[in-house]
Design a protein around this ligand. Structure first.
Ligand SMILES: C[S@@+](CC[C@H](N)C(=O)[O-])C[C@H]1O[C@@H](n2cnc3c(N)ncnc32)[C@H](O)[C@@H]1O
Length: 276
């Protein structure tokens, strides 16, 4: 199946308006390829008929199917590893020192655009490594959100192929994963319980969070967005970060200094100014 100019424009407009996703012309073949099977399964003739179906479905389920097919949820454990090293060596000790001085330790981390869960589980491993023996009693948690229901289902299943866990330090692998069959690994129960998964469209004007976060990871998500959408997203995330808290983005997603409300710390790491 191929897409006419108009059909591609219609899909692209819908993705942009609802999810901020900017589909460039180079994505035309990919979009056609990914939608063909769905359209055939529904017994429809073409993308025009499919879009009528998407708009007519007031439950939003078909729109979810559509976006699940178009987004790429590629991820792996310990991706961009210097982020996890910096988290353990600098960010967590600073938060701990400060909290203990103020009101006792607590830590909230948000993985925004968590895909199939590798990122939030790696964050939870890093936190457990840092907290050591106190990890079971300390007040901490990781919230992980994504738009894609299919990705979230995988994340909750928490079973991964060998190639996804390859980058993890061997000690972390043996502490937090258990082998399942030939070449699969499952996240151990303790770690699973530390991460809560929720569906969230980052384009929503407001997010349903009760408190603010010490650290936000929003990595390899902004690659989907154009500069105005990126800027609006960073401004929105900023509202949910504690003073002195951190934002990690993907290494290919640096934020323009002129408009970024966060201070630059090091490549792909930003910090919200502290209150004086
Ligand atoms: C490439 S994955 C990144 C996964 C992980 N953060 C990492 O760096 O490995 C990008 C994720 O962003 C999600 N995403 C794209 N647009 C989104 C939106 N508007 N709201 C929430 N998630 C979105 C996609 O569903 C996908 O799972």
């Amino acid at each position: 199946m191929t897409l006419s100019d108009k059909e591609f424009r219609d899909v692209a407009r819908l993705m942009y308006e609802r999810f901020g996703i900017h589909l460039t012309e180079q994505k035309r073949t990919l979009v056609a390829g990914r939608l063909t099977k769905r359209i055939r399964n529904l017994g429809l003739a073409n993308i025009g008929e499919y879009l009528v179906r998407v708009h007519a479905d007031k439950t939003g389920a078909e729109l979810t199917e559509l976006v699940d097919r178009i987004t790429t949820n590629h991820s792996f454990f310990y991706r961009e590893k210097d982020h996890f090293e910096f988290l353990v060596s600098d960010v967590l000790p600073a938060i701990k020192a400060r909290r203990e001085r103020d009101a006792g330790f607590s830590l909230r981390v948000w993985s925004a655009g968590c895909a199939t869960g590798e990122e939030p589980y790696t964050i939870a491993m890093a936190i457990r490594e840092f907290l050591g023996a106190t990890a079971n009693t300390a007040d901490w948690g990781v919230l992980a959100t994504d738009l894609s229901l299919a990705a979230l289902r995988e994340a909750i299943k928490a079973v991964y192929a060998d190639n996804r866990v390859r980058e993890l330090p061997a000690a972390w692998r043996s502490s937090y994963l258990e082998k399942r069959g030939e070449d699969e690994w499952a996240i151990k129960e303790d770690l699973r319980r530390a991460v809560m998964f929720k569906r969230l469209n980052l384009m929503n004007e407001n997010y349903p969070f009760k408190g603010l976060f010490d650290v936000v990871f929003c990595r390899n998500v902004m690659i989907y967005f154009d500069p105005p959408v990126r800027r609006a997203l960073v401004d929105r995330i900023y509202r949910y970060v504690k003073p002195g808290g951190y934002l990690f983005v993907g290494h290919s997603e640096s934020l323009p200094r002129e408009t970024c409300p966060f201070d630059y710390v090091r490549p792909a790491i930003y910090r919200k100014a502290d209150v004086r």
